[in-house]
Design a protein around this ligand. Sequence first.
Ligand code: THU
Length: 130
Amino acid sequence: MSLLQAATDVRLRAYAPYSRFLVGAALRSTAGATYVGCNVENVAYPEGTCAEAGAIAAMIAGGDTRIAEVFVIADSPDPVPPCGGCRQKIAEFADPSVKVTLCTTDGKQRTLTVAELLPGSFTAAHMDRA
Ligand code: THU
């Protein structure tokens, strides 16, 4: 199954009763496995989690640590970029050249690299622990 299809399918399982904005994310690890996630909201709003965070958690739980490609999909007029926190989360596990494709449910797509999504990112090198 394609990452686009996997993200499209998991989006329908999102728990988003407060925003009613369903998001699906699918990533392929460098080992070749596919992991998916959807947003999971909470009545205490800040406790909600994004689709990308769910997919990353599934990857780590599955025993993989590096991302090869990511797709994110939402029902928005234009492909919605990941939030700042998710950019940092993706950058933790992906090389700067990794492609992140943002999709709408009506077929629009925009592909950016991790470096484009998070220029000048904070890394372990900034703590001199690389
Ligand atoms: N959301 C995501 O899951 N990923 C994104 O890239 C953008 C925003 C979720 C968080 C929240 O549940 C809802 O969309 C509205 O912000």
